[in-house]
Design a protein around this ligand. Structure first.
Ligand SMILES: C[S@@+](CC[C@H](N)C(=O)[O-])C[C@H]1O[C@@H](n2cnc3c(N)ncnc32)[C@H](O)[C@@H]1O
Length: 199
C-alpha cells in the first residue's frame, strides 16, 4: 500500500540509477545521513538495498515528518527515525555519521543554506568519508540543457533565492570546507551525481 503517501515521480525514475552509484561509494558499514529526505522514497530504496548501512533520514523541521508514513510501512531495521535538521543552524548536534547524501536540495535551498549544508556536512564527516549530492548543476555559468534552463527560470520565478547552482561555486565552498571532488557522474535527465570526500 502506498496510496495517500507523499509521492515523487522523479524519485521513482532516479532511485535505481542513484542506488547503483551509492552502492560503490557507501560500500562499508556505517551510518549515512540523508539531508532533505522529502517523501522517503529514496530512503526506503537505498536502505532496503544497502543492508550494511544504517540510513538516517532528515529534513527541515517543517518537513521532516513527511517521510514517516512510508518509513513506517517499510519497517526496515536499518532506517533510523527521521531527524528535524535545518542545514542553516550552526551546530547540527547529530549522532555520529559516516557519510552523507542529498538529492535535489541545492537548487531549492538559498545559496546561504547551500553553504551551510557543505559546512555542516564537512563538520560531521571524518577524513575519507563521502558526501554525495544529486541534482542538476551548471558548468562555467552554462546550463547543460534547455530543460534545465527552463527549470531554473521557473524556480527563480517562484522564489528568487532558488536556482540551479554552478559547479565552480560548489567547488569553492567544498574546498573551503576540506571536501575534495572525487567523481562527477552523468545521470539521466540532465542530472549529475557529485561525490566529495573529506580530507
Ligand atoms: C525538491 S525537495 C527534494 C526531496 C527529495 N530529496 C527528493 O529528491 O525528492 C527539496 C527538499 O529540501 C528540503 N530543504 C529545503 N531547505 C532546507 C533546509 N534549510 N534544511 C534542510 N532541508 C531543506 C525540503 O524540505 C525538501 O525536502
Amino acid at each position: 500500500m502506498t496510496e495517500g503517501k507523499p509521492f515523487s515521480q522523479a524519485c521513482e525514475n532516479n532511485k535505481q540509477v542513484i542506488l547503483e552509484k551509492l552502492a560503490a561509494v557507501f560500500s562499508s558499514p556505517g551510518t549515512i545521513l540523508e539531508i532533505g529526505t522529502g517523501t522517503g522514497q529514496h530512503a526506503v530504496h537505498f536502505a532496503g538495498n544497502l543492508r550494511h548501512v544504517t540510513w538516517q533520514p532528515s529534513d527541515h523541521p517543517s518537513n521532516y515528518q513527511l517521510c514517516e508514513p512510508r518509513l513506517a510501512e517499510a519497517r526496515l531495521p536499518n532506517i533510523s527515525k527521521p531527524l528535524a535538521l535545518d542545514v542553516s543552524i550552526s551546530d547540527w548536534q547529530l549522532p555520529p555519521v559516516n557519510g552523507a547524501f542529498s538529492a535535489n536540495t541545492a537548487h531549492i535551498m538559498s545559496w546561504q543554506e547551500v553553504k551551510a549544508m557543505f559546512r555542516g556536512v564537512a563538520a560531521n564527516l571524518q577524513q575519507g568519508e563521502a558526501f554525495c549530492l544529486y541534482g542538476p548543476f551548471n558548468y562555467g555559468g552554462t546550463f547543460t540543457s534547455a530543460s534545465n534552463q527552463q527549470f531554473d527560470a521557473s524556480l527563480r520565478r517562484q522564489k528568487p533565492t532558488m536556482g540551479i547552482r554552478d559547479m565552480d561555486d560548489l567547488e569553492q565552498i567544498s574546498s573551503e570546507n576540506g571536501l575534495i571532488l572525487e567523481s562527477d557522474f552523468e545521470m539521466p535527465a540532465n542530472n549529475r551525481l557529485l561525490v566529495w570526500r573529506k580530507h
